[in-house]
Design a protein around this ligand. Structure first.
Ligand SMILES: [Fe+2]
Ligand SMILES: [Fe+2]
Length: 167
């Protein structure tokens, strides 16, 4: 309970929240350096959850997927889509709202981290090694074409969020 895996990912959530707060500390000018760090960090974080934690849980549970896996993946799709256009205050507001709801699915008592940790047994060390050795994600340049916002809007809608709520 609240072991290594849980603490690693929980601390990463807090680190990413701080970077996002830093990115919008001055409302008239987004801190791009902070946002770039957030962007690279959250994409790596999501990759570890999708490629390591979610499949590991399913393996340890005899093929039964984590109950919230589908919703978690839809949220990740929305978050990743918000990383494509250049950052704006709308994008940052949407990210903060989505992450506030999303992190609960992972950090709560029956959330992804606890479930993974509890089901891993002796495999926990191997999982943590895989997590720790995950390379940083090379990030693409922002896409400035206005039509990418439509794709972002659709990704949010699929996960149950309305982009216009954050305008
Ligand atoms: Fe996540
Ligand atoms: Fe997470």
């Amino acid at each position: 309970v609240n072991g290594l895996l849980y603490r690693y990912f929980e601390q990463d959530h807090r680190r990413l929240e701080r970077l996002l707060a830093e990115a919008c500390a001055k409302p008239d000018a987004i801190n791009i350096a902070a946002f770039d760090q957030f962007r690279s960090g959250i994409l790596k974080h999501i990759g570890m959850e999708e490629k390591i934690l979610i499949p590991a849980f399913q393996r340890f549970s005899g093929g039964v997927p984590f109950p919230l896996a589908a919703k978690i993946r839809l949220d990740h799709g929305a978050i990743a889509a918000l990383m494509v256009p250049p950052p704006s205050m709308t994008i940052i507001r949407a990210l903060r709202a989505i992450l506030a709801a999303h992190n609960v699915l992972e950090e709560s008592l029956d959330g992804l981290y606890e479930a993974c940790e509890n089901s891993a047994g002796p495999e926990l060390d191997a999982i943590m090694k895989q997590v720790m050795s995950t390379p940083d994600v090379p990030v693409m340049p922002y896409n400035h074409k206005p039509e990418v916002l439509e794709a972002t809007r659709r990704a949010l809608a699929r996960a149950g969020y309305n982009f216009d709520d954050y305008l």
